[in-house]
Design a binder for this molecule. Structure first.
Ligand SMILES: [Zn+2]
Length: 348
């Protein structure tokens, strides 16, 4: 018989699942605090897949993605193990804040240490007790507060296993990004664990399309890793496109923004993205796209200071091809027409 999976001293037998509560630093009210880990240990051997959400405390789409993933019936035939942590940054989640109470960013605090700051201790605990037990990882994020992200995978595609996961996830866009120091992705990579980051939607909001694409992406990746049987897809796959580079267009002056472009839209160099003006419209300044590409991120708050990031544009070898895929994606993920068996009542 296959061996049990052991996490923080709890053993989970093959074919079983368990919630393990890992103790983290107390609240200052002296109440104990825990981080919940949901383990599903398949009867048959296979990869150990980490699903992490809410490393940034206000990025909540990942919680709903993990909830939907863990409740899908085909997981009864799981090969390997799922280690799901819907809320990594419990403190930030309670405060509805990206940061920990020490005002540090958990995703800039890896690998951390036992004797470090609160963020450093949380990072160290998560890395040593949970991440180190896994063979692969999908880290679920959204845009920061007052920003929105078009569903995208961020990955270093030179790494073959990372590339395989990134392609399998089947998001409409892959951004080939170098790994920033202090991130979970960096520390996991140093441990030899391939991790992709899924970015979609806004902070503190559920976004049905982002969630739906996330659930499908996790399942496609699991099928690619042979954790689930491959199924014949009735619809055509959305081939993700790898961006050559991406950059932010910033506010040329402070003022009130009237955005004329939305997420997922193709823009040409010289296109009008929006207009910044003073409240009475005495002074207006057009924001012109400096490049051709697809809008993969944007601000959602129209009150902007000079230099603020407004539109995130990804550049592709051939934007024309990409836009067809983006349109396919939008059609495929539309809750009104999507009738796949995994569908749940959509969140509006
Ligand atoms: Zn994030």
């Amino acid at each position: 018989m296959r061996e049990a999976f052991i996490l923080d001293g709890t053993s989970i037998l093959p074919g079983k699942q368990a919630e393990i509560q890992i103790q983290i630093p107390n609240l200052y009210t002296n109440n104990p605090m825990y981080c919940s880990v949901f383990v599903m240990h398949g009867r048959k051997p296979g990869p150990v897949l980490l699903l992490s959400g809410v490393i940034h405390g206000d990025e909540i789409n990942g919680v709903e993605i993990i909830r939907r993933v863990m409740n899908i019936k085909s997981l009864k035939r799981l090969r390997g193990t799922i280690v799901a942590v819907p809320v990594v940054n419990v403190f930030g989640f309670l405060n509805k804040s990206r940061y920990l109470p020490d005002r540090r960013d958990l995703n800039r605090s890896f690998p951390g240490s036992e004797k470090g700051s609160l963020a450093g201790r949380m990072a160290n605990l998560f890395l040593t007790k949970i991440v180190a037990k896994c063979t692969h990882g999908i880290d679920l994020h959204t845009a920061a507060v007052h920003r929105d992200n078009f569903p995208q995978i961020r990955a270093v595609i030179d790494e073959p296993e990372v590339y395989r996961m990134a392609m399998a996830f089947n998001a409409p866009v892959i951004i080939n990004t170098s790994i920033m120091d202090g991130t979970l992705r960096k520390s996991a990579t140093d441990l030899g664990i391939p991790v992709i980051v899924y970015e979609a939607g806004e902070a503190l909001r559920f976004d049905e399309v982002a969630i739906r694409a996330g659930v499908k992406g996790v399942f496609s990746t699991m099928r690619e890793l042979d954790m689930l049987s491959k199924i014949k897809l009735s619809r055509k796959k959305i081939e993700p496109f790898v961006a050559r580079s991406s950059s932010w267009v910033r506010a040329p002056r402070s003022g009130i923004l009237r955005s004329t472009k939305t997420l997922g839209l193709q823009v040409e160099q010289g296109d009008l993205l929006g207009i910044v003006s003073d409240p009475a419209g005495q002074f207006e300044e057009e924001i012109i796209s400096p490049t051709s590409g697809i809008i993969i991120g944007r601000t959602t708050i129209p009150l902007v200071n000079e230099g603020e990031a407004l539109f995130h544009i990804a550049r592709f070898k051939n934007s024309e091809d990409v836009i067809g895929h983006v349109e396919n994606f939008q059609e495929e993920m539309d809750p009104a027409t999507d009738v796949t068996p995994t569908s749940e009542p959509p969140i509006f």
